[in-house]
Design a protein around this ligand. Structure first.
Ligand SMILES: Cc1cc2nc3c(=O)[nH]c(=O)nc-3n(C[C@H](O)[C@H](O)[C@H](O)COP(=O)(O)O)c2cc1C
Length: 216
């Protein structure tokens, strides 16, 4: 039995393509794995705070020196990190905004990338602590950034997400990028159908990988 952390980032509700695609994946997954458990976080509608001075002070204070005020400043971060560490799989739906990620998602990432909790600094350099997980990131994009095309260089979303989650130890990341969603008619319909087909394949691949044993 595995545990999934499902996060949606879009501030849109019914109109959100990234939400409808993560929902598609999660429904198919639940059908195949009825005993698996899922934690759902709706960041798009319930954003987490951005970092402030007390957060920074608290995160660099050794745990035996934390005052009640400092503890309060990193309470949300503690909860989000516990939630992250409890999961075997991550399923995140992330719109592309300005060639990158929505600020809502950056605020979340700032809360969970924390020294001594999700990475450490040793003599060997940085080491991520969130190991042996699988991550699926479904992006929704108005345009297209396919490798090899002139606009590929504008994609600061997938490279950033691979880098930052890799930094904390999550290196097994699959992207499904639903592109051309600003186009109308057949192009958009086909793009969404391709994304759903890719998600169905991932359900099969992940099931075969038997990842319930992942971070045990
Ligand atoms: C503020 C904003 C910025 C956007 N920037 C980009 C962009 O840089 N590149 C792109 O391809 N699409 C961009 N889009 C289009 C979204 O990626 C697209 O509408 C996507 O479907 C949004 O995700 P959602 O449907 O899950 O809400 C932007 C949309 C908004 C609202």
């Amino acid at each position: 039995m595995a545990h999934i952390l499902h996060i949606d980032v879009s501030p849109r509700a019914e109109r959100s393509h990234s939400r409808s695609l993560t929902k598609h994946f999660i429904s198919a997954w639940k059908e195949a794995h009825p005993d698996d458990t899922i934690t759902y976080r709706d960041l798009g509608h319930y954003p987490v705070p951005t970092l402030d001075e007390s957060w920074i002070a608290a995160s660099f204070t050794p745990s035996d020196k934390i005052t009640p005020e400092l503890a309060e400043a990193i309470k949300t971060s503690d909860e989000l990190i516990d939630e992250l560490l409890a999961a075997d799989y991550y399923v995140f739906g992330v719109p592309m905004y300005n060639f990158s990620i929505p600020s809502i998602f950056k605020a979340y990432i700032d809360q969970i990338v924390r020294v001594r909790h999700t990475f450490i600094i040793s003599d060997k350099g940085y080491e991520g602590l969130v190991k042996n997980r699988k991550m699926l990131i479904v992006t929704a994009r108005g345009g297209s950034y396919e490798p090899g095309t002139p606009t590929a260089q504008y994609d600061f979303q997938e490279p950033f997400l691979r880098t930052i989650f890799g930094f904390i130890g999550i290196t097994d990341i699959t992207f499904v990028n639903a592109e051309n969603l600003a186009m109308h008619g057949e192009i958009r319909t086909q793009s969404l159908a391709n994304a759903r087909a890719a998600l169905d394949k991932i359900v099969v691949n992940w099931s075969e990988a038997n990842i319930s044993l992942l971070h045990a």
